[in-house]
Write a protein that binds this ligand. Structure first.
Ligand code: BES
Ligand code: MN
Ligand code: ZN
Length: 490
């Protein structure tokens, strides 16, 4: 999809579709009035017939313009309430518009209200790129639905240099989010821990990042016994991945982004029922976010050191599988009593978080498709945020709010800690069902020492069964934009 800027009047612009926006209760004035007049009041009449009043998410399509204006069709899109309009609205509109028109348009023009303010072009472009994402790799006879080749922004206001910056930024963000989506969508037979490590080394090579990958024997030698235990039931060897971005001017600040990389979660010996096992290829969603974010970080070059850490394994039922009742000594020396082999994410993360502490980072943020309980509590569209530092939790929540990824904080209720007390080890890997997302976070807290840490449980929003105005079906890349926003401020 190519983005261009045009100063030609929208009346004359030659496009398959001209997209116009209208707020709720907006009077026809300015360009909207001019176009409606040229079309003999057709937009107004059509809107009345269809009861369209500018609600967000609604639109009307005038499918013939009979040569009265340059474009063949007009899509009038509802922008909702003017007072509620933000760049997040534009992202949503980009997603919606592209899905409406992608099967029959190749040139799409947007009138000037879509580029009037700084940040609008990048938000709309992000939405368009996000909405045109398709995962077609395994379709034999399908070149995809998206026919859109060119997007024209009609504007006399925006400077060509800012336009270029904004569209390039949108492309970078979308490529990073789409990398995460692709990784989640790949079937587990392809995306094994070794394959994930290969992709990580490609990301590192492309972005000039340092890349260390620990194989089975290195993981064993270093005493990453949580990762060893979880992978023991699988024929696929585990991988521990460490990417590092260093700014060119050395600074003191450093942060670790840690991802759960379970490439398939069968539940292990505490086997999941068939229905719950389906979609468990998504259980590496946290690691996909780490790779997507590192790709963007390499290009955006923030002024801090960023470590991307991934603990990757399958969780299977082989003869050597770890068992309920086992006790494991994690990388930081704490002992874990295994209550449930299906609570494997926190077990592999125990090693990754302890490793992050060793790097002497100032902050740790982890992302994990960690608990079904988080989905029960918050629904599928919102990620749970917890941590040992209210300041860091607030910063993550603020970043996610500003770019339109929904997060909500869950409380680290001290009374719940008893749930994961163990009789024979330092800690149990599972408590009762009550407060399951919180006790999982409390488990993780044992491995971050006193480093400020935030945990983002993306079990719900990492993968969508149905498409939504924010994302396609399947892998969503949820979290990539929050992390980029948090690290780069952009
Ligand atoms: N990967 C799952 C969590 C999950 C569930 C992610 C549904 C996405 C959708 C995790 O490893 C798991 O199985 N958690 C258990 C924990 C329990 C055994 C304490 C759960 O949530 O049931
Ligand atoms: Mn599990
Ligand atoms: Zn899991």
């Amino acid at each position: 999809m190519e983005f261009t800027l045009s100063t030609e009047s929208v009346l004359k612009l030659k496009a398959d579709i001209l997209v116009l926006g209208i707020f709720k209760q907006q009077k026809y004035s300015g360009m909207l009035k001019t176009i409606n007049d040229s079309l003999g009041d057709a937009l107004k009449n059509l809107s009345e017939e269809e009861g369209f009043e500018g609600d967000l998410g609604k639109s009307v399509m005038l499918s013939r313009t009979f040569g009265k204006i340059g474009s063949k069709r007009v899509l009038l899109v509802g922008l909702g309430e003017r007072s509620e309009f933000t760049t997040n609205t534009l992202r949503k509109i980009g997603n919606l518009v592209i899905n409406k028109i992608k099967s029959f348009s190749s040139v799409v023009a947007f009138s000037s209200e879509f580029s009037g303010t700084s940040g609008y072009v990048s938000a709309l472009a992000e939405g368009l790129l996000s909405g045109s994402y398709e995962f077609k790799k395994y379709k034999s006879n399908d070149s995809g639905k998206n026919k859109v080749e060119k997007i024209i922004f009609s504007s006399k206001q925006i400077k060509p240099t800012s336009f270029k910056e904004e569209t390039e930024f949108a492309v970078l963000i979308s490529e990073s989010v789409n990398l995460a989506r692709d990784l989640v969508n790949e079937p587990p037979v392809y995306l094994t821990p070794s394959k994930l490590a290969e992709v990580a080394s490609e990301v590192a090579k492309e972005g000039d990042l340092k890349c260390e990958i620990f194989d089975y024997s290195e993981i064993e030698k270093r005493g990453m016994n949580g990762l060893m235990a979880v992978s023991s039931g699988s024929e696929e060897p585990p991988r521990f991945i460490h990417l590092t971005y260093e700014p060119s001017k050395k600074t003191k600040r450093s942060i670790a982004i840690v991802g759960k990389g379970i490439t398939f979660d069968s539940g292990g010996l505490c086997l999941k029922p068939a229905g719950s096992m389906l979609t468990m290829k998504m259980d590496m969603g946290g690691s996909a976010v780490v790779l997507g974010a590192m790709k963007a970080i390499a290009a955006l070059k923030p002024s801090m050191t960023v470590h991307g850490l991934i603990a990757s394994s399958e969780n299977m039922t082989g003869g050597k599988a770890y068992k309920p009742d086992d006790v494991i000594k994690a990388y930081n020396g704490k002992t874990i009593e295994v209550i449930n082999t299906d609570a494997e994410g926190r077990v592999v993360l125990s090693d990754a978080l302890s490793y992050a502490v060793e790097l002497k980072v100032d902050e740790i943020v982890d992302l994990a498709t960690l608990t079904g309980a988080c989905m029960v509590g918050l629904g599928s569209y919102t990620a749970g945020v917890m941590g040992n530092s209210q300041k860091l939790v607030d910063k993550i929540r603020k970043a996610s709010d500003s770019i339109g990824e929904k997060t909500w904080q869950l409380p680290m209720d001290d009374e719940l800690r008893a749930e994961i007390d163990s009789n024979i080890a330092d800690i149990k890997n599972a408590g009762s069902r009550m407060g399951g997302a919180i006790t999982a976070a409390m488990f993780l807290e044992n491995f971050v020492g006193d480093v400020p840490w935030a945990h983002i449980d993306i079990a719900g929003p990492a993968f969508m069964e149905r498409e939504s105005p924010y994302s396609p079906k399947g892998g969503t890349g949820f979290g990539v934009r929050t992390i980029i926003k948090y690290l780069s401020g952009k």
